[in-house]
Design a protein around this ligand. Structure first.
Ligand SMILES: Nc1ncnc2c1ncn2[C@@H]1O[C@H](COP(=O)(O)OP(=O)(O)OP(=O)(O)O)[C@@H](O)[C@H]1O
Length: 859
C-alpha cells in the first residue's frame, strides 16, 4: 500500500517570541521516617499542602522565649509513608513530560544532612527514586522512535550536530573496534554499588512524543565540590582515581545564553541500564563520607542531566532530516544538593569542616539568588543577582534567569534534634515559591511534512514486504512530496447542446476556484518566502554568533597558549633553581656527614683521653700518698734527730755557760774568749758612734736569747736581695701588724705593692692584684726567729671573687753563730708545700685576719 499522499503545504512555524508567561517555583516537602521510635517529632502534617512545625524544648527559639508553632504551605506535603512511585508521579513525571515535549526542567532536592535527599533522588534498585524512574519513563516513551547511535553528536558547545548515516555508521564501527581492542579503565566497584539485577523498572509511558521525530538521550554527571565543578563521567587513569585528582571544569555560556560545563563528558545512552551504568560509574567517584549524622553523606552537590535531542524525519518518514534548525534539545537536571549542616552538631573537623563550609556557602548563595530574584520581581527593581558567587547558582543561571520549569523537593527529618536547621530549610522553601520563572516555549520548525508519515512509511514497507513474500512485483515508488497544482484539470469546454450556459457557468466556477487557489498559493508562497527569509536571517545570526564565539575561543586559546608558554618558561627556571638548590643541599649534606663523623671521632678520643687522665691521676695520687707517707716518716725521724741534736747543743751551751759562770766566779776577769761564743760580740764602737763589723759576721738580734732588742743588720756584700718576688705584677703584701724586724737585706723585692696587715675588703685582693705574699714569723725549736714568705698568684673566680694559688714558700731563718756552723742566716726555698697548709693559709688570707695568722712550723 502506498502511503497516503497528502496535499499538505509544507509550513514552517516561525520562531515563537519569548514567552512572558511565568510559573512559580513548585515546592514539595517530604518527611522521612524516624530512625528511632523514642525520637521526639516536631512536625505534624495538617493537610495535603501544609505542615505544622512545633519548636522542641531544645531549640534555640525555645531557649530565647520566641518559640511558637509555624505552619508552612507547599504544593504538596508527603508523609513518612509515601511511596517512591507516588513522589515521582507528583514531582518528577511532569518534568519528564516537559522534557519529552522539548522543555527544560530543573529539580533540586534540598534539606538537612541525612534527611533523605539522595534516597528521594536515587532510591534503591528495588524501589527507585526520581532519577531512575525518569529514565524508565523516557525510554518507555521514545522506545520506538530512537535514532541510531551517533546520529546526533555533541558539538562541545552545548549543541548537537546531525551526522549522516554513513558517518554515524563509521562511528559505531569505531566504537565496536575500540571496545574489542581495549578494555576501558573501569572504576572499581564499591560494595555499596547496587545490584541492578533486582531493579524494578517503572512501566509508565507518556504518550506525548511526536512520532515523526527521532530521539536520542544523552547523560552527563557532574559534581560541585568545594565550589569547583568535576566531571564524574570523565575517563580517568587509575592514579587520578586513587588520588582523586580530577580535572576541574569551567562553566560557559552558549550562543543562546545557556550555561553549560565546558568539555563535560556527554554519553549517549540507548536504554535505562546504560544510563545507570554511567550513573553508578560517576557515583563511585562522587565524594561521599561518613559523618556523625549520616553514614553515607554527600560532600558535594551532584547534577545528573538528561538531554533529549529530537529531530524530524524526512518526508519519507524514514531518515532524520539533515536540517539543524529542526532539532529540538531539552534538558532535565536532577540536583542532589549536599545537606546543610551545623558544625557544632556534626563535630566535623579538617577536610570535612572545609567541605561543610563550602556546602553551606553555596546553599547560602542559592538562597540569596532566589531572594534577590523574588525582590526584583515583587518590587520591579533590577538588582544584580549574585549567580556568580557560587558554581551551583552560576550553572543554573539560565534556568533561574531564563526559561525552565523549576521544582524543589524539600526533605525533612521530623525529629526534634534537626528542628533549628529544618526551620531554615522550610523558610527558604516557602520563600522560593514566590519566585516566578519564565515558562519554557519549545520552538518547533514545521517543514510541512505530512504528520504520521513514520507510521505510513512503516505500513507501506510492511505491505511491500508482504507483496514480496507473495511474489508480486512491489517496485512501487514512494512519493509523499507536497503537490503544488492550481487545481484539477479544466472541465470539458465543448458546448454540444442548449446547456452551453451550464458549461460556461461550470467553467466560470472552475476558473474562480482556480483563481482563489492561485491567490492562496501566492499567499502561501509569500509566507514561505518570508519564513525562509526569517530562517535565513536566523541562520545568519547563528552564523555570526558562531563566528564571534569562534573568534573569542581563538583569542582565549591564544591567551592560554601564551600563558602556558610563560608558565613553561617559569617552570624551566624553577626547575633549574631547584636542581641548583638540590646540588647545594647534597653538598651540604655531605659536609654535614663528614663533620658529624669528625665530631664522633673527637668525642671518642676525648672520652679515651679522659679515661687515660683519670687513670694517670689515680696512679699519681697513689704515688703521692706513698711519697707523702714516706717523707713524713723521714721528716719525723729527722725532726727527732734535730731535736735531739739541739737538746744536745743546749745542754752543751748550758754546760759552757755554767763553766763560764763558774770561771767568772772563780776569776772575775775573763779574757776575750767570749768573742767566739757571744752572739752579740765582735762589734766595735767607733768614736762617731757608727758600727763596723768584721767580714763574714753579722750583728743579729735574735728574738730568743737577745730578747727583742732591735738593731740594723750589717750589710754583707755577698748577699743579694731576694729575687723571689720580682716581676711586673702588683703584689698584695700581707704581713703581720707588728713584724719582728729582721734587720736583713733579704726582703722580697716587690716593685709594685700594696701592704695590708688584715684582709677586710675583698677588693684588696680582687682589684688589680696579681700576686699575693703572706708573711709569717715564728720561733723555731732553737728559739730562733723563722720568717716564712708564702707567695702565690691571684686568680679571679667565676663568681667575681679571687683565689690565691700558692706556688712558693720562702724561709728566712737565723741562728746563733755559736750554735750553727752553717752561718747566721739560712735561706731555704721550698716549692713543696703541703696542699692542706696552702689551702688553710689561702682561705685565711682571702677571708681576712680575724686573728693573727698561724705560724708555720714546718720548714
Ligand atoms: N523516606 C525514607 N524512607 C526510608 N529511608 C530513608 C528515607 N529517607 C532517608 N532514608 C534513609 O536515611 C539515610 C540517609 O538518607 P540520605 O543519604 O538520602 O540523606 P541525605 O539527605 O542525602 O544526606 P546528605 O545530605 O548527608 O547526603 C539513608 O540510609 C536512607 O536510606
Amino acid at each position: 500500500m502506498k502511503p497516503v499522499r497528502t496535499r499538505a503545504v509544507p509550513k514552517k512555524t516561525p520562531a515563537k517570541p519569548k514567552s512572558f508567561s511565568k510559573d512559580p517555583v513548585q515546592v514539595f516537602c517530604r518527611l522521612r521516617p524516624m530512625q528511632n521510635e523514642s525520637d521526639e517529632s516536631c512536625m505534624k502534617i495538617i493537610s495535603e499542602q501544609s505542615i505544622q512545625v512545633t519548636p522542641p524544648d531544645t531549640s534555640a527559639n525555645y531557649r530565647a522565649g520566641t518559640a511558637k508553632d509555624v505552619i508552612y504551605s507547599f504544593n504538596r506535603v508527603f508523609d513518612e509513608s509515601i511511596s517512591q512511585k507516588e513522589v515521582f508521579e507528583t514531582v518528577g513525571l511532569p518534568l519528564v513530560k516537559s522534557l519529552l515535549e522539548g522543555r527544560n526542567g530543573l529539580l533540586f532536592a534540598y534539606g538537612v544532612t541525612g534527611s533523605g535527599k539522595t534516597h528521594t533522588m536515587n532510591g534503591e534498585p528495588q524501589d527507585g527514586g526520581i532519577m531512575p524512574r525518569s529514565l524508565d519513563v523516557i525510554f518507555n516513551s521514545i522506545a520506538h522512535f530512537q535514532a541510531k547511535k551517533y546520529t546526533f553528536k555533541a558539538d562541545r558547545m552545548n549543541g548537537f550536530e546531525i551526522q549522516s548515516d554513513i558517518d554515524a555508521l563509521q562511528e559505531r564501527q569505531h566504537e565496536l573496534m575500540r571496545n574489542l581492542e581495549s578494555r576501558p579503565i573501569k572504576t572499581p566497584r564499591k560494595n555499596s554499588d547496587p545490584d541492578l539485577h533486582f531493579r524494578q523498572p517503572d512501566t509508565t509511558t507518556l504518550d506525548v512524543v511526536c512520532e515523526d521525530n527521532t530521539f536520542a538521550v544523552f547523560v552527563t554527571y557532574v559534581e560541585i565540590y568545594n565550589n569547583s565543578v568535576f566531571d564524574l563521567l570523565e575517563e580517568v587513569t587509575e592514579d587520578m582515581l586513587r588520588t582523586k585528582s580530577m580535572q576541574m571544569k569551567i562553566l560557559r555560556e552558549d550562543a543562546l545564553k545557556n550555561m553549560y560545563v565546558h568539555g563535560v563528558t556527554e554519553i549517549e545512552v540507548k536504554s535505562p541500564e546504560e544510563a545507570f551504568e554511567a550513573f553508578y560509574r560517576g557515583q563511585r567517584k562522587k565524594r561521599m563520607a561518613h559523618t556523625t549524622l549520616n553514614a553515607e553523606s554527600s560532600r558535594s552537590h551532584s547534577v545528573f542531566s538528561i538531554r533529549l535531542v529530537q529531530a524530524p524525519l524526512d518526508h519519507h518518514g524514514e531518515n532524520v532530516l539533515q536540517e539543524k534548525g529542526g532539532m529540538l534539545i531539552s534538558q532535565l537536571s536532577l540536583v542532589d544538593l549536599a545537606g546543610c549542616e551545623r558544625t557544632n552538631r556534626t563535630k566535623n573537623s579538617g577536610q570535612r569542616l572545609r567541605e561543610a563550609g563550602n556546602i553551606n556557602n553555596s546553599l547560602m548563595t542559592l538562597r540569596s539568588c532566589l531572594e534577590m530574584l523574588r525582590e526584583n520581581q515583587l518590587t520591579g527593581s533590577n538588582k544584580m543577582v549574585p549567580y556568580r558567587d557560587s558554581k551551583l547558582t552560576h550553572l543554573f543561571k539560565s534556568y533561574l534567569d531564563g526559561e525552565g520549569e523549576v521544582r524543589m523537593i524539600i526533605c525533612a527529618n521530623p525529629r526534634a534534634e534537626d528542628y533549628d536547621e529544618t526551620m531554615q530549610v522550610m523558610k527558604f522553601a516557602e520563600m522560593s515559591q514566590e519566585v516566578q520563572i519564565a515558562r519554557p516555549t519549545p520552538v518547533r520548525v514545521d517543514f510541512g511534512f505530512t504528520p504520521g508519515r513514520r507510521k505510513a512509511n512503516q505500513v507501506f514497507r510492511s505491505a511491500v514486504r508482504q507483496l514480496q513474500e507473495d511474489g508480486i512485483n512491489s517496485n512501487i515508488p514512494v512519493d509523499v512530496d507536497v503537490v503544488y497544482s492550481l487545481a484539477t484539470d479544466l472541465p470539458s469546454l465543448d458546448i454540444l447542446g442548449p446547456d452551453g450556459a451550464k458549461v460556461i457557468s461550470e467553467l466560470k466556477e472552475f476558473l474562480q476556484e482556480r483563481m482563489k487557489h492561485r491567490t492562496m498559493l501566492q499567499k502561501n508562497l509569500i509566507s514561505k518566502q518570508e519564513q525562509f527569509r526569517a530562517l535565513l536571517a536566523e541562520v545568519e545570526r547563528e552564523n555570526v554568533l558562531s563566528k564571534q564565539e569562534v573568534l573569542s575561543i581563538q583569542a582565549q586559546l591564544d591567551q592560554e597558549r601564551s600563558r602556558m608558554r610563560a608558565v613553561q618558561t617559569k617552570l624551566g627556571t624553577m626547575e633549574r633553581q631547584y636542581s641548583t638548590l638540590q646540588r647545594r643541599y647534597d653538598e651540604q649534606e655531605q659536609q654535614n656527614q663528614i663533620l658529624r663523623q669528625e665530631k664522633a671521632d673527637l668525642e671518642l678520643a676525648l672520652s679515651q683521653s679522659a679515661i687515660d687522665k683519670q687513670k694517670v691521676k689515680h696512679r699519681y695520687n697513689a704515688k703521692v700518698a706513698v711519697e707523702k707517707e714516706k717523707i713524713s716518716y723521714e721528716y719525723e725521724k729527722k725532726l727527732e734527730r734535730d731535736r735531739e741534736a739541739l737538746r744536745h747543743q743546749v745542754r752543751e751551751k748550758d754546760e759552757k755557760i755554767r763553766r763560764v759562770q763558774r770561771a767568772l766566779k772563780e776569776d772575775v776577769h775573763v779574757p776575750s774568749t767570749a768573742s767566739s761564743t757571744n752572739s752579740a760580740a765582735n762589734v766595735t764602737s767607733k768614736s762617731d758612734g757608727s758600727t763596723t763589723q768584721s767580714s763574714n759576721t753579722f750583728l743579729l738580734r735574735t728574738p730568743g736569747a737577745d730578747s727583742r732588742r732591735m738593731g740594723m743588720a750589717l750589710r754583707n756584700p755577698r748577699h743579694r736581695r731576694s729575687r723571689s718576688a720580682e716581676g711586673t705584677g702588683k703584689w698584695l703584701d700581707h704581713c703581720p701588724a707588728t713584724p719582728v724586724p729582721l734587720n736583713t737585706v733579704f726582703q722580697p723585692n716587690m716593685r709594685k705593692r700594696k701592704s695590708v696587715t688584715k684582709l677586710t675588703d675583698v677588693k684588696d685582693i680582687t682589684k688589680g692584684t696579681e700576686r699575693y705574699c703572706l708573711t709569717t714569723q715564728e720561733q723555731d725549736t732553737d728559739g730562733e726567729l723563722e720568717t716564712r714568705l708564702y707567695k702565690g698568684d691571684v686568680v679571679p673566680t667565676c663568681s667575681g671573687g679571687a683565689q690565691v694559688i700558692f706556688s712558693d714558700v720562702e724561709l728566712l731563718k737565723q741562728s746563733s753563730p755559736t750554735g750553727n756552723a752553717s752561718g747566721p742566716v739560712t735561706r731555704k726555698r721550698s716549692a713543696q708545700m703541703s696542699g692542706t697548709d696552702v689551702a688553710e693559709r689561702c682561705s685565711t688570707a682571702v677571708e681576712g685576719h680575724g686573728k693573727r695568722p698561724h705560724l708555720l712550723t714546718k720548714p
